[in-house]
Design a protein around this ligand. Structure first.
Ligand code: GLU
Length: 445
């Protein structure tokens, strides 16, 4: 049994009830085989044993009072996975599905994603099973304040810098920042994705979606193509999906679909991003109202999931983990799709990924393709440290540069290990080797 397989078995035995974490570990470790063979020193140093174990895991009670005066209790998490190359960095997910397995899978992925950004950020993730959907602003604020009342002791600008993820946007970050400041009496860059008036970075809001389009664009440029005239299926209607759709539209592509947790739309004229922003970001409503408000276009709305049925050149899963299944992959291939780039974290199931790769679809995994968000968080940290703020164009140019670098580092790593075109292997190895060399240099810790 190979070193990687041995560690995968150990993780399965230790955490049998953490399927998402096991899935992420298996996917990463299996693709590291060529690197582990070339670097026997990794095994000698027990590197994999250490890298699959979070440096610290915090689980805590989050009590708050709802609008009816009733006490509610949620569970809070922060997994500080790896600090070899910088302070822990990663978002806070607020969603009823959140549990330790999901936070560990996300934190594990974050280690390699953050390494790929070229910036000095370790990996972490947190969140809660709190569901912001349908809650009043007051309820969300009380939850966020209670959450930070515990979290504040574990974070710091040089220790751990959380940010947004599903369910955590500008509103939640604002409430959490306010509570941190109140408890500690310090104005510090302890969160990213902050409002622009209190240390946020221009282009952070747009960064994940824009970055996703930049990496796809770089791939197309390398094969003498462009986004102009391409058709795109997007799933999701959150921060990633919205700004991916916006940038794709600006570059002359046509976005045909978007979805939320109740249903999906097919807009043959190209999705009206401003309308989606109004419905999802301002009204916090459902996409089901999109067709009646989209004047002059016959839009289809369907309940449930289904965006991948619409023929497209490029598919961008931007909703959540394990949303693109084998059947969807088969449909995409049959309909002539040539690129799948993950805007969400691990949205493609293992068998679907394998099917896409076997059928010569260019598959850009999330840890490369959606790294623009956390990369721009890194740029927000830099601006906070120097107490300056850069212009939108400055940040956007740096983001673009980072995405282009990620594309080439990933492609080159795959080529170096004789797996040209395998961006999953390339991204995992490129991210891992950076972290591995830092861990080796720092001794057993
Ligand atoms: N939640 C985002 C991610 O999955 C961003 C994290 C951050 O900005 O720290 O990478």
């Amino acid at each position: 049994m190979s070193y990687a397989q041995k560690i995968i078995e150990q993780v399965k035995a230790k955490d049998p009830n953490q399927p998402e974490f096991i899935q992420a570990v298996t996917e990463v470790l299996e693709s590291l085989e060529p690197s582990l063979k070339a670097h026997p020193e990794y095994e000698k140093a027990g590197l994999l044993e250490r890298i699959v174990e979070p440096e610290r895991t915090v689980m805590f009670r989050v009590p708050w009072v709802d609008d009816n005066g009733k006490v509610q209790v949620n569970r809070g998490f922060r997994v500080q996975f790896n600090s070899a190359i910088g302070p822990y960095k990663g978002g806070l997910r607020l969603h009823p599905s959140v549990n330790l397995s999901i936070i560990k899978f996300l934190g594990f992925e974050q280690i390699f994603k953050n390494a790929l950004t070229t910036l000095p950020m370790g990996g972490g993730k947190g969140g809660s099973d709190f569901d912001p959907k349908g809650k009043s602003d007051g309820e969300v604020m009380r939850f966020c304040q209670s959450f930070m009342t515990e979290l504040y002791r574990h974070i710091g600008p040089d220790t751990d810098v959380p940010a947004g993820d599903i369910g955590t946007g500008a509103r939640e970050i604002g409430y959490m920042f306010g509570q941190y400041k109140r408890i500690t009496d310090t104005f510090a860059g302890i969160l990213t994705g902050k409002g622009l008036s209190f240390g946020g970075s221009l282009a952070r809001t747009e960064a994940t979606g824009y970055g996703l389009i930049y990496i796809v664009e770089e791939h197309l440029r390398c094969i003498d193509e462009g986004l102009e005239g391409k058709t795109i299926d997007i799933s999701g209607a959150g921060n990633v999906a919205i700004y991916a759709a916006q940038k794709a539209g600006q570059m002359g592509a046509k976005v045909l679909t978007m979805s939320d947790s109740t249903g999906w739309i097919y807009d043959p004229a190209g999705v009206d991003v401003e309308l989606v922003k109004q419905i999802k970001e301002v009204e916090r409503g459902r996409l089901s109202v999109y067709p009646e408000r989209r004047k002059g276009v016959n839009v289809e709305y369907h309940e449930g999931a289904g965006v991948w049925k619409i023929p497209c050149d490029i598919a961008l899963p931007c909703a959540t983990q394990n949303e693109l299944h084998l059947e969807d992959a088969k449909t995409l291939v049959a309909n002539g799709c040539s690129i799948v780039a993950e805007g969400a974290n691990m949205p493609t199931t293992v068998d679907a990924t394998q099917y896409l790769q076997k059928n010569k679809i260019v598959f850009l995994p999330g840890k490369a393709a959606n790294a623009g968000g956390v990369a721009t968080s890194g740029l927000e940290m830099s601006q906070n440290s120097e107490r300056l703020s850069w212009t939108f164009d400055e940040v956007d140019a740096k983001l673009k540069n980072i995405m282009v670098t990620i594309y080439h580092d990933t492609r080159d790593a795959a080529r170096q290990y004789n797996h040209a075109g395998n961006f999953v292997l390339g991204a995992n190895i490129a991210g891992f080797e950076k972290v591995a060399s830092a861990m080796l240099a720092q001794g057993v810790c």
